[in-house]
Design a protein around this ligand. Sequence first.
Ligand code: 2BA
Length: 108
Amino acid sequence: MKLILAIINNDDSAIAAASLTEAGFFVTKLSTTGGFLMVGNTTLLIGTEDKDVDVAIEIIKKQCTTKKKTVAPTSSFGSGLQNFSLPDEVTVSGATVFVLSVDKMEKM
Ligand code: 2BA
């Protein structure tokens, strides 16, 4: 079994979660914040069988698009504190996906 962790921009998260659910995946939606832009994004947790991982990734790929985002002066607190010059704009991927192996899953 695998756990897919998909970090998605908020604009695409609802349709991505709905499409995954419609395809039979079990999905948990977490409100998260990117460490660089310091703006909200969404992390989907999807526990699934190994054979279905690619299907889930294809659905995410279809629903999530690359976007250009303006970098606010308050972005990236760490770099800001060091007076690091930030770009005016960054390209944010449709989704950043991690696939983790799961030793055990139980529902009680
Ligand atoms: P943020 O950390 O807010 O990053 C937003 C975008 O800013 C990134 O898009 C990238 O284009 C740029 N960026 C991020 N860190 C940077 C840095 N140290 N220097 C220069 N530019 C930087 P994506 O790479 O598509 O990432 C979108 C969101 O996915 C990220 O939001 C973060 O929440 C997550 N993410 C991406 N890669 C990750 C990783 N390796 N580990 C954990 N989270 C990750």
